[in-house]
Ligand binder design. Sequence first.
Ligand code: G3P
Ligand code: CA
Length: 308
Amino acid sequence: HPGQERGMKDDKIVIAHRGASGYLPEHTLPAYAMAYALGADYVEPDLVMTADEQLICLHDIHLESTTDVEQQFPDRARADGRWYAADFTLDEIQQLNVTERTNPDGTRVFPGRFKADAKGFKVPTFVSMVELVQSLNRETGRDVGIYPETKDPVFHDNEGLPIERVLLDTLAEYDYAGRDARVYIQSFGFENLREMREAMGSDLPMIQLIGGGEAFDDLVTPAGLDEIATYADGIGPDKNRIADTDGALVTLAHQRGLKVHPYTFRADQLPDGTRRLEDELRRYYYRYDVDGLFTDFTDIAVGVVHPE
Ligand code: G3P
Ligand code: CA
């Protein structure tokens, strides 16, 4: 029974969203290491490809919201005024400093987080992220997984080598194989996971992300979820889609053997911070019965769902 299979692996996991991004600059090795130390079950890198076809850990396909690229390479913006990671080599990107995320007007997206202009945080390669997690696993005897997301596959497909191919090759090189591998591949792309599962022959666990916008509405219908179940192992919906249906979406997904991992849970977007986040996490884990969730605050979710 598919539901039984769902229950066997990874019940109620904590996914460290962009690392311990509530505390340190997102998608940096220190943020990943901190998430590991705080007890994450999986650590999430978002992935973007460089001009020389290397995978780096970055949320945006642009560099200016989380690095000092404007200061270091003022003449390298495209006509739209943005600095695309795909236009820079890995060597160039490694010269950049990662900062806390800023809005286009320079203000901070999360004003209460780490010092915005601290230097020394770098954009890591996906390989260095994987090696960090695997080396910590060897040291500690834990089996923490990785949860990579291919960012904007349509954009990358226009640039040559498919990002999906590079991801699967890298995962194979680092011995992630089969249904029980400690990895979930996630994507918002409509054909992206299907391509990896069917055309590229990967049987690694896959999660279809479902945004909050209208473009994704067909995916949360019974027919849409039936379709997802043909190529993926679960869904990663915007959390509001679960609250708005009072959990009915979780039931529909579970009936099809699909795991449910909603995003994104943050203390600093709630009026009463930490306390409210704990309440929200309890509601999703236990009332809505999700199988895991993405949070910027690893320790708070671990405290709720894996109390000692
Ligand atoms: O991947 C789940 C969640 O991370 C999706 O949102 O924009 O933070 O990648 P985003
Ligand atoms: Ca993501």
